[in-house]
Design a protein around this ligand. Sequence first.
Ligand code: HSC
Length: 700
Amino acid sequence: MTELIHYEVKGNIGAIKIDNPPVNALSVNKGVIQGILDSIKEGEHDPSVSGFLLLGAGKNFSGGADISEFGKPKDPDLATLRDLLAYMDTVTKPIIAAISGPTMGGGLELALTCHYRIASADAVLALPEVKLGILPGAGGTQRLPRIIGPQRALPLMVNGDFIGAKNAFDLGIVEHLVEGDLYDEALRWSRRIIKEGKPIKRASQLEVSMSESVDEFIGKAREDIASRWRGYPAPMAIVECVKAALTLPFSDGLKVEREEFEKLVVSNESKSLRHLFFSERQANKVSGVAKNESQLAVNAVAVVGSGTMGTGITMSFANAGIPVVIIDTDDHNLTRGLETIKRNYDATVSKGKLSSEIRDKRIGLIRGSTKLEDVAEADLIIEAVFEEMEIKKSVFSSLDSIAKRDAILATNTSTLDINEIAAVTSRPERVIGLHFFSPANVMQLLEVVRGEKTSPSVIATAMAIGKRIKKVPVCVGVCDGFVGNRMIHRYIREAEYLIEEGALPHEVDKAIESFGFAMGPFRMGDLAGLDIGWAIRKRKSKTRHPDQRYVSIPDEICERGWFGQKTGQGYYKYENGSRTPLVNEEVNAIVIAHSANKGIQRREIQSQEIVERLMFALVNEGANILSEGIAQRASDIDVIYAFGYGFPRYRGGPMFYANTIGLEKVAEGIRDFAAGSLGSHWVVSPHLLKLIEDHKIFGD
Ligand code: HSC
């Protein structure tokens, strides 16, 4: 038997412990499932065994099927999860699952097939397969509706929600909650069940019923999913499985589930989502930073600057329970910043997403100050002042003289050279970039920008603190715009070229939104505020080469005072404070006149060209970034785009998408664009060409 399963007979109980760190994944090829099956079979034939206890070693029961085995050959001599569960449904002695920690996917399906379930207080249950583009494929779609009813089961599976032990108990998934030591209590409880002669409860034999008509229930679910999950096939497939649970015998329902699962697991959507699952975890591994690198304790944070970024960053720390002082030497700005924070929290409370107690607790962790000296107690100081090198340098030089010797000095710059900022301090090894995205309290992405001299320990601390405040941290190197913004500039530039050549802003947005982005580039600009880019362009205008192709349409829009949603119009019109974008005919006229002034013959541009030009612009720049070592790996870029820029997750990020469609196709497309009359700016990235030459793809 595999070493990953420990089987011992404790009195009359056959105790089976899954011991496959780090999350007790139910691997086929490592023999984990076969080990459980063998143990149960052994106990079935052992007269001294009256029942089984199934539990996980370490911190959890099981994180589910081994995701890394999807799409790979399975050892035909070893049992699959379905084999195991089918056998468990025939066992004549009670099986009790003792659930602890994350119990997910196939792990929960295994528990649902047991006859009783008990859970420790730290247990977190979910059928999160939908997040990987698949569905619970080991009977979960048939058993959960039978245990808790379809109305409760369906949303849990469609959203992949995590629920705590108490919630699971209230729903009836778990029969008993354990306070003390899980193993001891589980043994005691199992013996009691057996002694009392409690019946074997098989979920597969439960009646599934509901008061509402099945057609009505399923019809509503289909409607809801069609509107909420465009581009994601798994949620609709889950509905079909639940319908099967409601209308077919258990064994036929399993067949439907299996068919739907097999279709999904080979889909590009699922491959993309699985790629992002592993990529997000891979991004935690930073070259030159050991796994056990020493970290600095961060118990107090200071944020310098109380504008949009400063307030959002402050909230991110308070939300994670970390005390934070927000500093602005201008009293008026500070008051406004603190009011913004309060308003944001109040809005969340009024939407019912936060209790007033938690709001008060969070606000209680935030202190405002007008004295820079108040950074003195902080372990981590994040500067979020105006994006101007001289201002940043002056702030850093002051911080260096006030902050504790071992404090980390971080900048939230989105463009400036961190090495230059670090150079004004006496501790460049403790200077790092923490590039938050607006709104910083909402957006998940955090670019951790390592300077030339940033120490491994500071990088490790920054990555850890990023996770602590529930961000997705990705470590990148220094260049103008780092990874995300450097690429997005190419994308926006291409969108501007497209409107100069013949497309209208709403046509570009429509094509990109149909591709799967939540918002096209022009709607995104309107939301972010067009004045920000305008100010940057004005600053950079002195250094712009006179021969460089430059689209002045955004400037012409800004000159009219149209900065987007906040002024009621930008590329679009927004009537009566609404956020619904309406086509702005005046902007269309500006665009058309602009092309005429430049002598550009406008042409009809198909959405395929729009999508390809914008996507290839991202991919090509991503390839350059990789060759310069600014991003450590292609998958890091995908994580940045999925978590920070609304790239459709079911396409896996720009680099994965390029792999999906083929790198040759990308290079060919770029060559075609370059051959066009206005395409001289297109040059295929040498890194992309090298990959093609070597028959490789991004990530190899
Ligand atoms: C599933 O169960 C399908 C079923 O319906 C069965 C279908 C039947 C098919 C039959 C076919 C015949 N597998 O996240 P962390 C790794 S689908 C493999 O940092 P945490 C992870 O990559 C699965 N590896 O830990 C990382 O590796 P690294 C449904 C897995 O403590 C390491 O573990 N389950 C893995 O922050 C640590 O991960 C899920 O979707 C897995 N299942 O969070 C749950 N899970 O160190 C996915 C993790 O090398 N997992 N790893 O980078 C999670 O959500 C989180 O990992 C936990 C732990 C909350 C479990």
